[in-house]
Design a binder for this molecule. Structure first.
Ligand code: DMJ
Length: 446
């Protein structure tokens, strides 16, 4: 690894001078070999389980019965990286072992974005109908969650019994289902999936504040807001992403309208453009009053959304802020206070959003600035998160103390976006797909 870091530093140096060409082929190859490094750790110590703990070299499951989440999440990334044999054998394993009728409670949002999104994406990439059948089975077992009166789904559902729990949800969980459920409807001809996920979005829109904002906790039985904190971070983030993306993928005019209104409200009340830079903070959804000047790793998805929405000027400015947040400690924190420059929540969960935004901006502009940012991200990951047999999250981005966990989305998102940033555009034609919030590409017009 040391040899490559030296090489990366040379590349970085020449890039900050802005004069020399980057060797994108070498960088893509490096990302691919780092993916294989992480994959080998999972395979060696956690195969057959959901997740991998890279410090203790042990495995964990979400609940009682594994759903092989790391393997499932990694599958389309392997295909895109050309790791064909590994992808084929993993797909065979999943197609013959996965089941969605176990007596365990799952988080509807998490299982949708991780499992259903991956199954649909990999079905579209390979034509393996077993994956589509599994997605259909999963969808069927999730439907009891939507029987609430409001149409907002409960957070949790037991796959076998249909028993629900989690009465208080949030826009991020209730409103991030339509890309997967909608695609499932298109591919199976069963409209019920689309309809349930769409009703949840319409309900969130109906109970928005007079300013057009949403809070970050809501009761599914009454639609009463349990928190009025409005922002782009966890518990809301991908709700906005799905309004925009569902509008594009399904040409859904309700979603297009809801997105347009939401984006105007976001820019009117959350945007914080001041001497501290160009950021989006927190505000009370009813008054618009600024409540926190916090922005974090998750919020860094927003430049990508702005690119897709055609707002390049704001996307570029926000990406510069995201990059400043990253470089402050060589890796980004969960929450950063842009007014004070202090880290408010110091963990880093191997999050992908900042790489995602660099990738979108590079595709949209061709500006090598975003490749240079990508080099910093790769260098930060390799320097601070790499272990001898995997990648670890950080308990503290200042001290760089590691945590014993490698989130499955590291394989689906972080590695995929970094790879696609450096790989030739034909690896995955950007205009022909819409990425789910978990980076599983869905084909337009399917
Ligand atoms: C992923 O699970 C998804 O992108 C989700 O929408 C929020 N972010 C995490 C990874 O950071």
């Amino acid at each position: 690894m040391r040899k490559f870091l030296v090489c990366l530093s040379v590349v970085c140096f020449s890039l900050s001078a802005g004069a020399q060409q980057l060797d994108t082929r070498l960088l893509a190859e490096k990302v691919r070999s780092e993916f294989v490094h992480a994959w080998n750790g999972y395979k060696k110590y956690a195969w057959g389980y959901d997740g991998y703990r890279p410090l203790s070299k042990t495995a964990y499951n979400w609940n009682t019965t594994p759903m092989y989440l790391t393997a499932l999440e990694a599958l389309d990334t392997m295909t895109l990286m050309g790791l064909t044999e590994e992808a084929d054998s993993t797909r065979e394993f999943l197609a013959t072992h996965l089941k969605f009728d176990s007596d365990q409670s799952v988080d509807v949002f998490e299982i949708t974005i991780r499992a259903m999104g991956s199954l649909l994406s990999n079905y579209e990439l390979t034509g393996d109908t077993r994956l589509l059948n599994l997605a259909d089975s999963l969808g069927t077992h999730l439907l009891p969650a939507f029987i609430t009166g409001s149409g907002l789904p409960y957070r949790m559902v037991n796959l076998k019994t249909g028993a629900v729990s989690g009465q208080v949800t949030n826009p991020g969980e209730a409103g991030t289902l339509l890309l997967e459920f909608g695609t499932l409807s298109m591919l199976t001809g069963k409209p019920k999936y689309y309809n349930h996920a769409k009703i949840a979005l319409l309900q969130l829109y109906d109970v928005r504040s007079p300013l057009g904002l949403v809070g970050d906790a809501i009761d599914v039985t009454t639609s009463e807001w349990k928190s009025t904190d409005s922002h782009l971070s966890a518990c809301i983030d991908s709700y906005y992403e799905y309004l925009l993306k569902a509008g594009i993928l399904f040409n859904d005019q309700d979603c297009q309208k809801m997105w347009t209104e939401a984006y105007a409200a976001i820019n009117a009340h959350l945007l914080d453009s001041s001497r501290a830079g160009f950021w989006y903070g927190h505000a009370n959804m009813n008054t618009g009053k600024r409540t926190k000047t916090w922005f974090g790793a998750l919020d860094a998805f927003f430049p990508a959304v702005q690119v897709l929405a055609g707002d390049l000027p704001r996307a570029k400015r926000l990406m510069n802020s995201c990059y400043a947040m990253w470089t402050k400690n060589g890796i980004e924190p969960e929450q950063y206070n842009y007014a004070t420059g202090l880290v408010e929540k110091p963990r880093y969960f191997l999050n992908p959003e900042i790489m995602e935004s660099a990738y979108y901006l590079y595709r949209a502009t061709g500006d090598s600035l975003y490749l240079r940012m990508g080099v910093s991200f790769l260098e930060g990951l390799m320097t601070y998160c790499r272990t001898d047999e995997g990648y670890a999250e950080l308990n503290n981005v200042i001290t760089k103390e590691k945590m014993d966990r490698m989130e499955p989305y590291f394989m689906a998102e972080t590695m995929k976006y970094l790879y696609l940033l450096f790989a030739p555009p034909e690896t995955l034609p950007f205009e022909k797909v819409i990425f789910t919030t978990e980076a599983h590409p869905l084909q337009k017009g399917s």
